[in-house]
Write a new protein. Structure first.
Length: 87
């Protein structure tokens, strides 16, 4: 992901998600209500999905544009595979 526009934003989002997950782990360890834990897990999942969107947009804007210009079919197949896994 070098030279991508949103690297700092992605790293910040991932750091927040890790911190949030650590907080959820503590919630579970302390016996917090399952509903509270599920709500917090949902928030982390949403953050991961949103982070994935940022990474995908950067990938399209940089790597895939370059791959199309260079007729790099392997890069396009890799993108298709990554999207299949993501969804």
């Amino acid at each position: 992901m070098e030279n991508h526009e949103h690297i700092k934003a992605v790293l910040n989002r991932l750091s927040r998600a890790v911190g949030h997950l650590n907080a959820i782990k503590k919630m579970v360890e302390s016996g917090r209500d399952c509903s509270d834990v599920l709500i917090q897990l949902s928030a982390v999942r949403a953050e991961i999905v949103n982070t994935s969107k940022v990474v995908l947009k950067d990938h399209l804007a940089h790597c895939i544009v370059r791959a199309v210009k260079e007729d790099d079919e392997q890069a396009i197949r890799q993108l298709q595979s990554a999207i299949d896994r993501l969804l």
